[in-house]
Design a protein around this ligand. Structure first.
Ligand code: FEO
Length: 170
């Protein structure tokens, strides 16, 4: 079993992962309505990945004989003025999540809970990737500016992204 303190913190992380999923679903719906199916698809895949993150932690708590407590999900925005604004929000959101993961690692370390720390290392790497991807999207959008053909081409490219489950492995 993991300690009560870690159990509480991991349950908060599960909630944050579903909160992330909800945010990206909201972005997906927004851009689908805006006539940008490729960007909508990109955020839908992001939504699916966040649910995988939550499930990874749920499966871990269950495997350790701990309790999973699913709490209400905080409200998310439903509207963005531009693609750049949505990806700026994405990057800021991921930085908050990274901070939470780092805090979890600190707790696991202070308790010499090596098994939990090991599981969390996957999330540490994942966060590096998540922040890097959001930054790349921001850089591309800044390059494109308000060039309609550029946005059209990027939207077509993002339509090809598909979800690969990362829920397993714990
Ligand atoms: Fe699960 Fe995007 O952090």
């Amino acid at each position: 079993m993991v300690s009560k303190k870690l159990e509480t913190a991991i349950n908060e992380q599960i909630n944050a992962e579903f909160w992330s999923a909800y945010l990206y679903l909201s972005m997906s719906v927004h851009f689908a309505n805006e006539g940008l199916p490729g960007f909508a698809n990109w955020f839908k895949v992001q939504f699916q990945e966040e649910q995988d993150h939550a499930m990874k932690l749920i499966n871990y708590l269950i495997s350790k004989g701990n309790k999973v407590k699913l709490k209400p999900i905080e409200e998310v925005d439903t509207k963005w003025d531009s693609l750049l604004a949505a990806f700026d929000d994405t990057l800021e959101h991921e930085k908050v999540v990274t901070g939470m993961i780092n805090n979890l690692v600190s707790i696991a370390r202070s308790e010499n809970d090596y098994a939990t720390e090991n599981i969390l290392q996957w999330f540490v790497s994942e966060q590096v990737e998540e922040e890097e991807t959001a930054q790349e999207m921001i850089d591309s959008l800044k390059l494109i500016g308000d060039n309609g053909f550029g946005i059209y081409t990027m939207d077509k490219e993002l339509a090809a992204r598909s979800h690969v489950s990362v829920e397993g492995g714990v």
